[in-house]
Design a protein around this ligand. Structure first.
Ligand code: NAD
Length: 434
């Protein structure tokens, strides 16, 4: 393998993440990476991404299994397929020795999580998990303050995933993540990043998980009288309904070429016609959705540290907020504003930090790609360096998510001892490498 030159990348799934985020990063950083193979069933997307990256037609595949049946075509492979199609391509890629950038959720069942761990353990390749938030200047600042003892010993954390009413309607009522059986439970799909962050902040083992939440509002019985099947029918409630597809896609984001309008059509001029035919114009009370619109998870860690995670559709903002309470002070953060405040209990004055970020996910998307490509680059000349977002840590936080869903459905507290006993013994060099 050449010691210099861009990292060669195979892209599996060329949708919003694969094409618009990772593919775009590679186009913008031609010295760091080059796409040499693509797997994407949508012929239009496949051709467009092939053209943009100059991939020869013999290296354009209509599915991940076709690409992976050709052996190893690149140093790195990015898995950016839908939620329920992550584990299988990742397992096959590890078998062929790829360095894998794996989208979350890394797997949707306990069995697949453990299969991944075992495959990664055996593989000469590696896994970097796309927990983008760890790479943001905002969450790095929070972690750094905790590590430097800015609030003494951490005792409790409240993390709020403010999904935002329109974003929830887009993804979890009308969109791809509306049903747990077709994607995965909300707490895994949306909050696996938050659980990963809680594990990063708190450290140590979580012992017990409790959870409540349900689908309270986006149900047929809540449709106002006379509401039509689609907002575009037209519906008499459209002018006042906050969830109106016309309002969201044609007015609020009407001029944008990017997400979420791009999901309907990247061309704003073609969007109105496409919307009327798409699932995204359906009345929010008449979809086939089943994931909860609010969920609260309470976790008890070693040393009695307690974390509360609130996931809600019913927020004006689409952002995360966090409050970390320690024995000697408090940290408060608002991701959207990039603000982190430290309020010491002593006579020291409060401190306020403004974290600066550009790009998607508050700078996390670019941070992840930079770290991933650096890791693959360094693997050319020596051992693979440890990632900030390891498979080991993600495996544990994904198990917490599945346990939280079990707790929500059963109404019972879940003791995590048996769940954690499933994880193979950690700490070997190969395990740490992942
Ligand atoms: N890390 C993050 O913060 C973050 C943010 C958003 C989404 N995601 C995750 O990224 C993944 C992709 O999300 P997206 O928004 O890009 O979805 P998307 O639907 O835009 O893209 C998925 C792509 O995979 C393709 N695909 C389907 N079957 C395939 C197959 N057999 N082989 C190859 N490609 C196949 C689809 O045609 C589509 O183009 C999801 O799992 C999602 O949860 C992660």
């Amino acid at each position: 393998m050449a010691r210099a030159g861009p990292v060669t990348v195979a892209l599996v799934g060329a949708g919003q993440r694969g094409g618009d985020v990772y593919g775009r990063y590679i186009l913008d950083h031609p010295r760091s990476a080059r796409v040499v193979a693509v797997a994407e069933p949508d012929a239009t997307r496949r051709a467009a991404i092939g053209r943009a990256h100059g991939v020869p037609s013999a290296r354009l595949f209509s599915s991940w299994d076709d690409l992976l049946s050709c052996g190893r075509l690149a140093e790195a492979l990015i898995v950016a397929t839908p939620d329920n199609l992550h584990a299988e391509p990742a397992l096959a890629a590890l078998e062929r020795g790829y360095h894998v950038l794996l989208e979350k959720p890394i797997a949707t069942s306990r069995e697949d999580l453990l299969r991944l761990w075992e495959a990664a353990y055996r593989s000469p390749g590696s896994v970097t998990v796309a927990h983008v938030l760890r790479y943001t200047p905002f969450f790095r600042t929070v972690k750094d303050l905790l590590d430097r003892g800015a609030v003494g010993q951490l005792v409790s954390v409240i993390q709020v995933e403010n999904i935002g009413y329109w974003h929830f309607a887009h993804s979890y009522v009308r969109g791809n993540w509306r049903r747990a059986d077709r994607a995965c439970p909300l707490v895994l799909a949306k909050a696996c990043h938050d659980l990963d962050l809680l594990g990063w902040f708190i450290g140590g083992n979580c012992r017990f998980v409790r959870s409540v939440g349900s689908l309270t509002f986006f149900r047929p019985e809540n449709a106002p009288p006379g509401a039509t099947e689609r907002c575009t029918d037209p519906c008499p409630h459209e002018p006042v309904c906050p969830y109106s597809a016309v309002e969201i896609y044609l007015r609020r984001f009407g001029k944008d070429r990017g997400w979420p309008g791009s999901v309907i059509s990247p061309d704003p001029a073609a969007r109105a016609a496409a919307l009327a035919q798409s699932p995204y114009s359906r009345c929010v009370f008449r979809c086939d959705n089943d994931v909860p619109d609010q969920q609260v998870v309470v976790m008890e860690f070693e040393r009695g540290v307690v974390a509360t995670l609130v996931v809600s559709a019913f927020t004006a903002e689409n952002t995360r907020t966090v409050k970390l309470m320690g024995t000697h002070g408090e940290i408060r953060g608002h991701l959207g504003r990039g603000e982190v405040s430290v309020l010491p209990f002593s006579r020291l004055p409060p401190r306020r930090f403004r974290t600066l970020a550009c790009g998607g996910h508050a700078g996390g998307d670019d941070g992840l790609m930079e770290a991933f490509l650096k890791r693959v680059h360094e693997a050319r000349v020596g051992p693979v360096p440890s990632p900030l977002t390891s498979l080991d840590a993600s495996l544990v936080s994904h198990l917490w998510a599945l346990a939280a869903e079990e707790a929500r459905i059963s109404g019972k507290m879940v003791d995590l001892e048996d769940w954690m006993a499933l994880i193979p013994r950690q700490g070997s060099p190969a395990a740490r490498r992942q």
